[in-house]
Design a protein around this ligand. Structure first.
Ligand SMILES: Cc1ncc(COP(=O)(O)O)c(C=O)c1O
Length: 393
């Protein structure tokens, strides 16, 4: 019988590769997909679990790509720490599951992203968690929405689709006085302002939008004090809500251009908003950078990074909106936002389709409303597509 020259092919196939001997580190961060990490012995595992040695154990609890992304976004928001979750909704769920128990209540601002309202009003309600509504643009309206069992107040920096601006400082003062945590969904406004510096306790992002920036990531983040993140992280892991390495890597890559994308998109959005305002086929434009917007004064004071990449406008009715959508040559009807290329959405048939016409009317949402997410193309090219399509609507 011939001498065996090495392990059986099945063993060679199954074993992990020999570590790369290179002493020169890669400039770009590696994607580390491993779902588990290897220990040198039981003392080392104890040291990692007791926090005496830095190390990852199991990817659902943490991995290098999530840590890099969390560190970067925490720095951008001026927070002590951050947690990467599997989506914006996972981030919201993790936050609420860690802060709320049976009998507690949440103060929700009116007109939040539909799934956020659904998470509280439908799903958390099944576990005995109640809610009260208030208007984030009027801090005084928060007071009557607070009860002795209210633990959390939840707002969006800029509301969808009418881009009303939450008065974060005013809300934070009232929440603090009542011992209630103020959470801000900052998905529409990364880099435009810093909610934590304005008194909010925690910031939530859907990184699926501007942070990822290329419509190829589904991810979310929570940013805040280390104590809050340390409390939320194991709960997010238990519920299976944490984010994966590849999406974390993609989002981190998105962050590297976030500032320049934001500057460019905000400048173009302001220009488009001004041009739309003067267009005969447009009934109304909603953009906080326009003097006619109800929150313009506050926006001019607090949105130091620009008025945002989203512009909403009304073309009269559902038929006109549909004609516009069909007439556009380059701007796709794709119900998300924050992409490098401009996209549009039609709230009453997408994000707000589960609401009744009465609910739309209460919020000022109309069937002719279009929500444009401005990208980084030339503003004149964008305008020429919009202008020719508006000419037919
Ligand atoms: C303001 C806002 N918050 C949260 C979410 C949820 O994020 P995700 O789709 O990443 O779960 C969205 C999604 O559209 C959103 O617009």
């Amino acid at each position: 019988m011939p001498e065996p020259t090495g392990p059986d092919p099945s063993t060679t196939c199954a074993r992990p590769p020999i570590p790369n001997p290179s002493k020169t580190p890669p400039l770009a961060p590696p994607i580390q997909l491993s779902s588990v990490y290897e220990f040198q012995g039981v003392d080392q595992v104890d040291a990692v679990y007791h926090g005496m040695l830095d190390g990852f154990v199991y990817a659902r609890d943490g991995h290098p790509n999530a840590l890099q992304l969390a560190t970067k976004v925490a720095a951008l928001e001026g927070g002590e720490a951050a947690l990467v979750c599997a989506s914006g909704m996972a981030a919201e769920s993790a936050l609420m599951l860690s802060l709320l128990g049976q009998g507690d209540r949440v103060a929700l601002s009116e007109g939040l992203y539909g799934r956020t309202t659904m998470l509280v009003a439908k799903e958390l309600a099944r576990f005995g968690i109640g809610h009260d509504l208030f208007d984030a643009t009027r801090p005084d309206s928060l007071r009557p929405a607070l009860t002795p069992r209210t633990r959390l107040a939840f707002v969006e920096t800029l509301s969808n689709p009418l881009l009303r601006l939450a008065d974060i400082s005013g809300l934070a003062a009232i929440a603090r006085e009542a011992g209630v945590i103020l959470a801000v969904d900052h998905t529409f406004a990364p880099l435009l302002c810093r909610p934590l510096a304005m008194g909010a306790d925690v910031v939530v992002h859907s990184a699926t939008k501007s942070i990822g920036g290329h419509s190829d990531v589904t991810l979310g983040l929570i940013v805040g004090r280390r104590e809050l993140i340390d409390r939320t992280a194991p709960i997010a892991s238990t519920f299976g809500l944490t984010g994966n390495p590849f999406d974390s890597w993609l989002a981190l890559r998105g962050v590297s251009t976030l500032a320049v994308r934001t500057d460019r998109a905000c400048a173009s959005a302001l220009e488009i908003a001004r041009r739309l305002e003067g267009h005969r086929s447009v009934v109304r434009v909603h953009y906080p950078g326009l003097p006619g917007h109800p929150d313009h004064e506050l926006a001019a004071r607090v949105l130091t990074g620009g008025f945002g990449a989203v512009v909403s406008f009304d073309v009269g009715g559902r038929e006109e909106a549909d004609r516009l959508i069909r007439s556009l040559r380059h701007i796709p009807y794709a119900p998300s936002l924050g992409d490098v290329s401009t996209t549009l959405s039609h709230p009453t048939t997408t994000s707000h389709r589960s609401q009744s016409p009465e609910q739309w009317a209460r919020q000022g949402i109309t069937p002719g409303l279009i929500r444009l997410s401005v990208g980084i193309e030339s503003v004149d090219d964008l305008w020429s597509d919009l202008d020719q399509a508006l000419g037919r609507s």
